[in-house]
Write a protein that binds this ligand. Structure first.
Ligand code: MG
Length: 385
């Protein structure tokens, strides 16, 4: 069956002690919500995602979805005061028909593909299924004066996680019948309330809901440990020649001379492209875009950069950050740096604040100082998806 994923992400950071809403806290280089959505890659039947989040997150969400679940349709709905209201709005925005709806907490980034599949398969057969784990601690209820009222029989208790998955029409009926006051802490409770059995399937003890500040430290370590990082380095040099356009970092800069080369000779983008290719041992720019090919004559070097970005994605990596230095005696580069960063970021598909371009002169020494040419160096970090 087709499956819609509903993620309430409108909550606040009150228990985390932060002003940033929890799903948007950055861990190991990406918002928690991005790690969470990434966990659903390859989930059988998944063809749409509905996120309940504030309108001002629309642009962030657009970029995040493209990184986490490329090719999956998505939409945003406004969240409500309570989790239940957010899920209700998101559920109403899912595609109608005979399909499954999975509701998953935005701050459970460690859910495993195996656990999702167990719940999905059970929900397809039984209409409603949730992941659950045995309770390790003894659970007691609180009585007067902070004393124990009752000790519960632990063997009969389960801690319930998400994703909770239901036939869409069943969950819609449960929400339609839900009373307004006293909202439940999970969606299964509403389905139980209309008398439909909810199947408990094996959850995963590692599928933690990040709730308290100490959870973040643990989560960051876990996410960082699981990351496969690659570093690349690029260097390039081009000669200055009269009558040529000067293009640096994808930006044309008015100047008395320009860099000479087969393409537009954008020395900075060439160094960046080589850093990206080098990180995966894919050779260099000349391997992929030879200067003997007429198709590359006067070519916009941004096309080389985009080509390298495609190769990286095809191999299952994404760009973490790029840092580049241009060495040129003239002209003044600084005013053009923000646009260069924006163009590089756009071409490799990352936020502009993950691209750094620096410029220095060569203190009038050597061929750079004599304005015979320019060099550029770049490093790039790639992260396995
Ligand atoms: Mg070059």
């Amino acid at each position: 069956m087709r499956l819609s994923l509903v993620v309430p992400a409108a909550g606040t950071g009150s228990r985390m002690g932060t002003t940033v809403s929890k799903p948007w806290l950055v861990l190991a280089g990406a918002p928690i919500l991005e790690h969470t959505l990434r966990a659903f890659r390859g989930c059988e039947g998944l063809d749409e995602v509905v996120v309940a989040a504030p309108a001002e997150r629309e642009a962030d969400l657009h970029a995040l979805m493209a990184r986490a679940l490329p090719g999956v349709a998505w939409r945003r709905v406004d969240g409500g005061a309570e989790r239940m209201h957010s899920v209700r709005s998101a559920l109403a925005a899912t595609t109608a028909g005979n399909r499954l709806v999975a509701v998953h907490d935005a701050v459970r980034p460690f859910v495993s593909a195996e656990a999702v599949e167990r719940v999905r398969a059970a929900a397809e057969r039984h209409g409603a299924a949730v992941p659950a784990i045995p309770v390790a601690d003894t659970i007691k209820t609180i009585g007067p004066g902070g004393t124990v009222a009752l000790t519960l029989e632990r063997g009969g208790l389960r801690a319930v996680q998400t994703p909770q998955i239901f036939h869409r029409d069943l969950l819609a009926r449960a929400y339609a019948a839900a009373p307004e006051g006293n909202p439940p802490t999970d969606d299964a409770a509403l389905v139980e309330a209309i008398g439909h059995p909810v199947l408990l399937v094996d959850g995963d003890p590692l599928n933690l809901k990040l709730t308290y500040p100490q959870d973040l430290r643990m989560a960051e370590q876990r996410l960082a440990q699981s990351q496969d990082l690659r570093i690349g380095y690029g260097y390039d040099v081009h000669r200055l020649a009269p009558g040529r356009r000067l293009v640096l970092g994808g930006v044309e800069i008015p100047h008395s001379s320009g860099l000479d080369g087969h393409s537009d000779a954008d020395v900075l983008l060439h160094a960046v492209t080589d850093a990206l290719l080098g990180a995966l041992g894919l050779g260099d720019i000349g391997t992929h875009f030879p200067d003997t090919a007429s198709v590359n004559k006067d070519r916009d070097s941004r096309e080389f950069l985009r080509g390298a970005a495609v190769l990286i994605r095809e191999r299952g990596y994404r760009v973490g950050n790029i840092d580049a230095t241009l060495v040129a005696e003239k002209p003044k580069i600084l005013p053009h740096v923000p646009l260069m960063c924006a163009r590089i970021a756009e071409d490799v598909g990352i936020p502009a604040d993950r691209v750094s371009v620096k410029a220095t002169t060569n203190e009038r020494m050597g061929f750079i100082g004599r304005e015979e040419g320019m060099t550029a160096m770049a490093t790039a970090l790639l992260i396995r998806d």
